[in-house]
Write a protein that binds this ligand. Structure first.
Ligand code: KIV
Length: 261
């Protein structure tokens, strides 16, 4: 697993039909574990607002928080491609604002950045600055209020709107895109038509790869999502371990002679 994942390598994986495995991580410890597990693309997602900071949406997440967690995750990741999210408000104001924010994330240690929605001019300018950029279409969490909640996007007549957005992002130079909460047929059509990589989350099995939020696959949160699969119940195991620790301290079993000087 020593061979570093690069943007050209992701393109080769699509061409060969090798699935691209992506996961979020937000710090050095979990970044290193994901890297050691062979995850290809590690995303410092603005979902850190939900899973680390307890916000109900990603909207309050700041550039300072993204820079902090990108630098921390960089310290643990050496093989995977490290992609950092541009948070809400860091690119929507103007194209130069988007380029400046992307530059800052790269200086913090990212290999590439990701932004949500239909911003081809910003994608073009960030790409022209030498920064690989990913799009994110379908349900885009920073627009949750505009969507009226966590809803599948691209049903019926809306499908062609998302297909057009995907074409625009590819033409603007994006190297890939996340396809979130959309009908599998639409994600399949985008994946087969585009040359760039598609990474699904609630986008069905035909995407070039899949991304999941770390806390969802580990069973660290109580919320269960249809688009996610829990591969463990780490939250329950943490509770059990900490309960045993508390019991042993209260019962005078810890520290024992082996822990004492
Ligand atoms: O912030 C995030 O974790 C994401 C993934 C859901 C794709 O954007």
């Amino acid at each position: 697993m020593g061979d570093r994942i690069t943007v050209p390598r992701l393109r080769q994986m699509k061409a060969k039909g090798d699935k691209i495995v992506c996961l979020t991580a937000y710090d050095a410890g979990f970044g290193a574990l994901a890297d050691a597990a062979g995850i290809d693309l590690i995303l410092v997602g603005d979902s850190l607002g939900n899973v680390l900071l307890g916000y109900s949406t990603t909207i309050p997440v700041t550039m300072e928080q993204m820079l902090h967690h990108t630098a921390a995750t960089r310290a643990g990741v050496s093989r995977a491609l490290l992609v950092a999210d541009l948070p809400f408000g860091s690119y929507q104001v103007s194209v130069p604002q988007g380029v400046e924010s992307a530059v800052a994330l790269m200086k913090a240690g990212a290999d590439a950045v990701k932004l949500e929605g239909d911003y081809p001019d910003t994608v073009r300018a960030i790409t022209a600055a030498g920064i690989p950029v990913m799009g994110h279409l379908g349900f885009t969490p920073q627009s949750v209020h505009a969507f009226g909640g966590h809803r599948v996007q691209g049903k019926g007549d809306q499908a062609v709107v998302i297909l057009e957005q995907a074409r625009r992002l590819q033409a603007a130079g994006a190297f890939g895109m996340v396809l979130e909460l959309m009908p599998s047929e639409l994600a399949k059509q985008i994946t087969s038509e585009l040359e760039i990589v598609t990474i699904g989350i609630g986008g069905g099995v035909d995407c070039d790869g899949q991304v999941q939020v770390l806390h969802d696959v580990l069973g660290l949160g109580s919320t269960r999502f249809k688009h996610a699969k829990r591969y463990d119940e780490i939250g329950e195991r943490v509770k059990d371990a900490l309960g045993t620790y508390a019991k042993e301290v209260r019962g005078g079993e810890f520290p024992g002679p082996e822990n004492s000087f």
